[in-house]
Write a protein that binds this ligand. Structure first.
Ligand SMILES: Nc1nc2c(ncn2[C@@H]2O[C@H](COP(=O)(O)OP(=O)(O)O)[C@@H](O)[C@H]2O)c(=O)[nH]1
Ligand SMILES: Nc1nc2c(ncn2[C@@H]2O[C@H](COP(=O)(O)OP(=O)(O)O)[C@@H](O)[C@H]2O)c(=O)[nH]1
Lengths: 267, 267
């Protein structure tokens, strides 16, 4: 699931993750139309192949979040969606034929933080508090090419402080004792970069030194999406698609869903 | 007066315009503090010299605007401030000794638009409609180094369409028939770039080709604030401080204030 205010590069990032135009270039609202003032749920699915494994992935988008004048209830529609997917699974589990349950629960929620350079906003804190016990929350810094390297480091520190002070739990990849050194160090590297500072683009450009890269071309230079010195996109992709897809599914199933189920059965 | 959501580079821009640290690097709110949820008015004054002319300028800042969960009334505190300054002037005008009236009316309102790349937000439209008949409204695209050249052009077109459709009047420098060609063409150049796409910075950096410039240093290159191929900062400075200070003051005094005064006297 992807959540964040309009214009933070969410559609572009999804296209970048799957390297395809899942979201066609957005039809801008017609001039003269009033901006939408409610949150909507839209899903789009795709099949990808990673390390020879075929994966069917569904992205749940939440246009309208945070875009109104009054965003006090912006989170409700989204929490309802997460709950309804838990309910669908609960219902399927109680049927006689349990062998082929479709698992449409939300396995990860990417929350896009605006690169203000200051601190988390009321909207960010309110939303994350509403969902962190229900989903694997992965906060990311949107459009991080807005910030210099120093600003990114400062902002990450500040975000982690705010998150800690507000008691927000975010997804942390697990490290196991029996892993080889290479896995341990790559997990540590991923951990050290959270929250990921991301840049998205499917445009292919040629750099000054002749390489073809995905990136954004400015008069002062080219930001490269897959360059780890420019942003943490690669780390995010590793976390979501390569290293931790099982981890995310497992935690959803064994912890988050079980909590939801027991809460529900208590009432 | 400077208005816009937190983190759009407003303080930095003011420092850049006057080339001094008018706003010290912002004390970030302490982690654990709830974000402020009301709009405040803060003023800071400075003296500058331009073309041998001494100018005493006051900047009115509006921290808190658009930062709450519910921003329906975000504009009120600001409109009250504009009105109260008109009232101060009205009162001073009615006194016997009218020779040295301090003119604290708002002569220009810089409105910072978030570089979403889509369209104006409800907050932008609501706010600009509340103030455009009271002040010289100068909309600017904040942190425009977030956008590529094509994105800036597209966004400017979209903003101007939205502004036109919503019936919002923004400040347009006047062109007179008796002006020399150079003045006419420089006014046209300024006009053609509205809304200005701005980047702010007081940091001095050295470019690859050895020049010392004010800018922001990214791993992929340096954005130069005073380079007209990188952003419209120079045009904004010309409009505010060089070419049109008189124009802004005159329009405030002859049109906007007169409208306010006659509205008030009618009741
Ligand atoms: N600076 C910057 N701009 C981006 C990035 N990703 C997308 N954009 C631009 O931001 C604008 C909005 O992107 P979009 O993906 O539609 O945002 P969404 O509304 O969150 O889905 C477009 O002009 C994109 O080209 C990024 O990583 N950095
Ligand atoms: N990309 C970019 N960042 C900027 C620009 N101006 C300021 N910033 C950064 O944005 C952050 C917030 O700036 P600040 O001036 O405090 O914003 P304010 O809250 O609107 O007053 C700081 O990290 C600044 O360095 C700009 O023109 N472009």
């Amino acid at each position: 699931m992807v959540v964040g205010e309009s214009g933070l590069g969410k559609s572009t990032l999804i296209n970048t993750l799957f390297n395809r135009e899942l979201y066609a270039e957005k039809e801008a609202r017609n001039p003269g139309d009033e901006p939408a003032s409610s949150v909507r749920i839209e899903t789009v699915s795709t099949d990808i192949e990673e390390n020879g494994v075929k994966l069917h992935l569904t992205v749940v988008d939440t246009p309208g979040f945070g875009d109104a004048l009054n965003n006090v209830d912006s989170w409700r529609v989204i929490v309802d969606e997460i709950n309804s997917r838990f309910d669908q699974y609960l219902e399927a589990e109680t049927k006689i034929n349990r062998t082929n349950i479709a698992d449409n629960r939300v396995h990860a929620l990417l929350y896009f933080i605006e690169p203000t350079g200051h601190a988390l906003k009321s909207l960010d804190i309110t939303f994350m508090k509403q969902v962190h016990e229900k989903v694997n929350l992965i906060p990311v810094i949107a459009k991080s090419d807005t910030m210099t390297e120093d600003e990114v480091l400062e902002f990450k520190t500040r975000i982690l402080d705010d998150i800690k002070n507000q008691g927000i739990n975010y997804f942390v990849p697990e490290q196991f004792d029996n892993e080889d050194d290479e896995t341990v160090s790559s997990t540590e590297e991923i951990l050290s970069r959270i929250p990921f500072a991301i840049v998205g683009s499917t445009k292919e450009l040629q750099t000054e030194d002749g390489r073809i890269v995905r990136g954004r071309s400015y008069p002062w230079g080219i930001v490269e999406v897959d360059n780890e010195d420019h942003c943490d996109f690669i780390k995010l992709r590793q976390l979501l698609i390569r290293n931790f897809l099982e981890d995310l599914k497992e935690k959803t199933s064994k912890i988050l869903y079980e909590n939801y189920r027991s809460e529900k059965l208590k009432r």
